[in-house]
Design a protein. Structure first.
Length: 141
């Protein structure tokens, strides 16, 4: 699937998807086998989770509190999650990121959201400092 910017929608390894949702890879495999999250097979036969469907599933899981604790990264308040919604206007963008059962909302500039190509299904870190919540993504070198 292509994004609104013409880029392919990302797919994630089972382990990556499990980390985003705060569960074990075995739990992620069980959910995939049960059809709760859409997976495709890579050319090498590995399972790959569709980014947009992972975002949808993260939202569903966020509505319940059965997932347990969310892993914290450091004292700097950094949480790995998945973008579930981006609302852009001419100046600002609202970015929703699901981290396990928790939803974070960040208000950033439209320019920043466009430069990061933020869209549902993109993995992103929520970085919290004081009352500000920013969004970061890691790009391959």
């Amino acid at each position: 699937m292509a994004s609104s910017y013409g880029l392919a929608m990302p797919n994630y390894r089972i382990g990556q998807a499990a980390e985003v949702l705060g569960v074990s890879p075995d739990t992620m495999r069980r959910w995939a086998d049960a059809g709760q999250v859409k997976v495709v097979r890579t050319a090498g036969g590995r399972r790959s989770v569709d980014g947009a469907d992972l975002a949808r599933f993260a939202l569903e899981l966020g509505k319940c509190d059965e997932l347990g604790r969310v892993r914290t990264q450091s004292a700097r308040n950094r949480f790995a999650g998945i973008v579930t919604r981006v609302v852009r206007d001419t100046v600002a963008a609202q970015v929703d990121v699901q981290v396990g059962p928790y939803r974070f909302v960040s208000l950033i500039t439209r320019e920043a959201a466009d430069e990061l190509d933020l869209q549902p299904g993109v993995l992103a870190d929520v970085v919290i400092k004081a009352t500000s919540v920013g969004v970061e993504v890691t790009r391959p070198s």
